[in-house]
Design a protein around this ligand. Structure first.
Ligand code: SAH
Length: 519
């Protein structure tokens, strides 16, 4: 009879979060070896089994005992909380086996069974704080010199990783988490969100949402995992969220300004790659350039096609000509999609490796093209078919300067050429209405929902010379300070003022609960 060694991660601690395979393996085993607390957590499964539970620091003897028992022909389960390969027993077991000259073919059979590690279970309880590049760092310096740990914290902090600190503190080890925080504060804002989760999915589960500044005011112990957000992590209604990443949509902005290879390394082209917050060293730049060259070469061999999205509308007239419609149909082709949007334009989605050609063809027939996605778009009225045309140059200037700019969330500027405002400028994020030679400015409309409302009248009679600067200030503040995906009206409400305009709370008797589409 040959023995078997299971190395099992049983997850955070609740039966519901243990895998089926972990349970089967425990049931199959005759001997269970683990730290006492862990044995207690799976006690229900252990009837009629031999149990070897030892104290915390006797890991090596536990591993040796496990190997010995398995070699004597028994089925042995070594159990760890979370995942056995994350500060658990898996490595140690293999080290002991390797030391003895164990071989896969001839030696005792080993099966490592994965489990949900604390970084995942704690993240789930906090919301979605991990999401992007993250790392785990154990603050226990029993087996690792503190200097090494401190260096890793420094590197992770600098590289803007989301960090999950395991073993943050124990009865005797209390200063490490304090030092870790100090190092983090050299690279991150004191307002960086921090989640403290104690005993995830166990009886004494306790969750605290705080920030770097205040985290030490809360209880942190042996059973706590500390998750520190990156520079874009934010908190929304008690939920910690790290955005998924920097999305680069294949839309008009990209098509109209095809980037030359060296330009792609610019901050505005790939803000996530280089020069975002850190100065770029020459060596980093040359690595990037070399990589780019290789990629370019491959791309030459094989053109990459992607879905190109663009919004199209007639110029100021709002009338499509037959020829325009025919050209739209032609570029969309059999396989493309043409959608009529609630904002009165047609959105084309076409698979292509040459978006530039499409752009040119559409422009030839006098169509106005707008980018799609989280960008700024200007929506003007038709200026009564050109009869009320005085303000058109300002609209054009706004379009030229700002149209297509990337924004935290789609941002619409409505521009209407007279006080009738019949194209609904006051219902856009930013509304501009031309009246008596000057402009009225409306901010923060809520365009949808039962509590939809127009923007508040922020200013009347802004002179044409001041208009552009005012708009620029508003847009810049929104772009720089809003959370990713935060709509303009929400941002305005949250910060209370923008470009010197104060937010005004409005009364509503409409009660709205958070809904999802279709509720
Ligand atoms: N193998 C385990 C980690 C063991 S190290 C895993 O993959 O999760 C022990 C540390 O893990 C604790 O100090 C704590 O930081 C973290 N931890 C383990 N279980 C946890 C739980 N249920 N809730 C919160 N933190 C936990």
């Amino acid at each position: 009879m040959s023995g078997k060694l299971f190395v099992i991660g049983f997850g955070p601690g609740s039966a519901d979060h243990m895998t089926k395979r972990a349970r089967e393996a425990i049931e199959e085993s005759e001997v269970i070896i683990g730290y006492k607390t862990y044995v207690d957590l799976v006690r229900d499964l252990l009837a009629n089994k031999e149990i070897i539970s030892t104290g915390m620091t006797e890991e090596v003897s536990r591993a040796q005992a496990a190997v010995k028992q398995a070699e004597s022909g028994k089925k042995v389960a070594v159990i760890s909380s979370g995942d056995a390969g994350v500060y658990g027993m898996a490595g140690l077991i293999y080290e002991v086996l390797a030391e003895k000259g164990w071989k896969k073919e001839t030696g005792v059979e080993v099966e490592v069974i994965p489990g949900i590690s604390a970084i995942q279970s704690c993240a789930a309880l906090l919301g979605a704080p991990v999401m992007h590049d993250a790392c785990t760092i154990s603050l226990s310096d029993h087996l690792t010199p503190w200097a090494v740990i401190a260096k890793r914290i420094e590197a992770a902090a600098q590289a803007d990783f989301v960090i999950a600190f395991y073993n943050p503190k124990s009865g005797r080890r209390t200063r490490q988490i304090v030092e870790a925080r100090t190092i983090l504060l050299r690279h991150r804002s004191p307002k960086t969100p921090v989640g403290l989760v104690k005993s995830a999915y166990r009886e004494r589960q306790h969750i605290v949402l705080t920030d770097l500044e205040n985290m030490l005011e809360h209880d942190i112990g042996m059973l706590t995992t500390v998750i520190v957000g990156n520079s874009s992590t934010f908190v929304h209604d008690g939920v910690m969220i790290t955005p998924r990443g920097y999305k680069r949509k294949y839309t008009l902005t990209a098509a109209e300004q095809p980037l030359k290879p060296h330009e792609r390394l610019r901050r505005e082209a790939e803000p996530w790659a280089l020069e975002q917050t850190e100065p770029v060293t020459d060596s980093l730049r040359s690595i990037a350039e070399e990589a780019l060259q290789r990629v370019e070469k491959k791309q030459e061999d094989k053109p990459i096609s992607a879905i190109f999205e663009v919004a199209v509308c007639p110029q100021t007239t709002k009338q499509f000509t037959a020829q325009q419609l025919m050209v739209m149909a032609e570029v969309t082709g059999k396989n493309g999609v043409m959608k009529y949007t609630p904002d009165h334009y047609m959105k084309l989605e076409v698979e292509t490796d040459n978006p530039q050609k499409i752009v040119e063809r559409l422009k030839q027939v006098g169509l106005t093209l707008l980018p799609v996605g989280n960008v700024l778009t200007l929506k003007t009225c038709d200026f009564c078919d050109g009869e009320k045309k005085e303000s058109i140059p300002y609209a054009e200037e706004i379009r030229n300067r700002f149209n297509g700019m990337e924004m935290p969330k789609e941002l619409k500027i409505g521009f209407n050429g007279c006080g009738m405002a019949c194209y609904g400028a006051v219902h856009e994020d930013i509304g501009i209405v031309y009246r008596k030679g000057a402009f009225d400015l409306f901010l923060g409309a809520k365009t949808v929902g039962r509590d939809a409302h127009p923007g508040q009248l922020a200013a009347e009679g802004i002179s044409p010379e001041k208009l552009l600067d005012t708009i620029e200030k508003i847009i810049t503040e929104y772009k720089e300070k809003a959370h990713p995906n935060e709509r303009f009206y929400k941002f305005f409400k949250r910060v209370g003022h923008i470009a010197g305009f104060a937010y005004e709370e409005r009364e509503t008797n409409v009660k709205v609960q958070p809904l999802s589409c279709g509720d």
